[in-house]
Design a protein around this ligand. Structure first.
Ligand code: GTP
Ligand code: MG
Length: 328
């Protein structure tokens, strides 16, 4: 059986041959494996590449590889929350990140365009939320630093490609990878799971809605998942879908914004404090200043028509957009 390798595969192979260090070699090998059609005719080649990857990984991990350089795989947190964007290759993750932020990261019609995490800020009302565009995940291979970024994020945006015939497999792959790393998708408080596992909040986004194939694939998806997964669908240049998604990302983060006000002054709306929903007044006082936390006597709150300067005590549960004046 012929291997039927594509020009993209050969391009990746060229990159492998021209690679200047092990890290570049590794990237090229992974791209080759990702791009390669998976059938009997390529089994031998797949096995060979996997072996090369395994060997190279050992070398890189033992630090003996030539030209290895240490890169920091930590993403500095910025803004009101951190959302990791995950999905299998070429599904439209980067395109989605670009449409929700002012980033202009590279997108292209072949797998493994994204090779390194790329944070970008998504404006939402008066907040900024950090999205982290990631390289693709797949069963064959995944950068070894990816799980920790996923684990450390506040929530996930899971992108699946509606135009792909492998849509259901994509969903399976994502569930398998999360499970492999002892994570499951949070659905409700009374969900039963091994308590050592990590619950991840996630939104699902079906991309490429504008493509003709998407209509049928969406029906198939719904047959399987309509009851368990709420899917946001989005196509090219769909500003309304972007806005809906942004609002749902904010909701998913389950946070409240608090504006502080000094007695006798107007409230400061320029820079909201952000706390987890359900936090009480004392928690807010604590992040403003520890003196307030220790010596707080009372506070006053304003919010729409409901609160117009009422006195509140330490155990008051904060609401989104409360204006609060602390008194010691
Ligand atoms: N028609 C259409 N094409 C899309 C859409 N979203 C992404 N694409 C195209 O799909 C291809 C892949 O998009 P990327 O954003 O690079 O996908 P990715 O998931 O980041 O890919 P990797 O980084 O390789 O994992 C590109 O050619 C995009 O132009 C969409 O909504 N509609
Ligand atoms: Mg990408």
């Amino acid at each position: 059986m012929p291997a039927n390798l594509t020009p993209q595969y050969y391009a990746a192979e060229e990159r492998y041959k021209a690679a200047k260090d092990d890290r570049e070699k590794m990237k090229a090998l992974k791209a080759m494996l990702g791009i390669m059609p998976k059938h009997k005719g390529t089994e031998k080649l797949q096995a060979e590449i996997k072996r090369k990857i395994a060997l190279l990984r050992e070398e890189l991990e033992s630090g003996k590889g030539k030209g290895t350089h240490r890169i920091s795989y930590r993403v500095d947190r910025e803004g009101a929350g951190q959302v990791a964007v995950v999905g299998t290759p070429n599904v439209g993750k980067t395109m989605l990140v670009n449409s929700m932020t002012n980033a202009a990261f590279e997108t292209a019609d072949y797998p493994f365009t994204t090779r390194m995490f790329q944070p970008a800020m998504m404006p939402y009302e008066d907040l900024q939320i950090q999205l982290i565009d990631l390289p693709p995940i797949s069963m064959e291979h995944m950068e070894n630093w990816m799980p920790s970024i996923i684990v450390n994020s506040d929530a996930l945006l899971i992108v699946i490609d509606l135009a792909s015939d492998d849509l259901l497999e994509e969903v399976d792959t994502i569930f398998s990878i999360l499970n492999h790393h002892k994570m499951y998708l949070f659905q409700s408080e009374d969900q039963e799971y091994d308590e050592r596992w990590l619950a991840k909040k996630a939104l699902f986004v079906g991309s490429k809605l504008d493509r003709p194939e998407s209509t049928d694939n969406l029906k198939i998806f719904n047959e399987f998942y309509a009851d368990s997964i709420h899917l946001h669908t989005i196509g090219l240049d769909d500003a309304e879908a972007v806005e809906r998604l942004k609002a749902d990302i904010f909701r998913m983060l389950d946070i409240v914004r608090i504006y502080s006000k000094r007695p006798g002054y107007a409230a400061d709306f320029s820079n909201p404090f952000v706390l987890p929903a359900g936090s009480d007044l004392l928690a807010f006082a604590g992040i403003v200043h520890h003196d307030f936390e220790e010596n707080l006597k009372y506070a006053r709150v304003w919010n729409s028509d409901k609160y117009q300067g009422q006195r509140i005590t330490r155990d008051y549960i904060l609401h989104d957009k409360d204006v609060i004046e602390l008194h010691m």
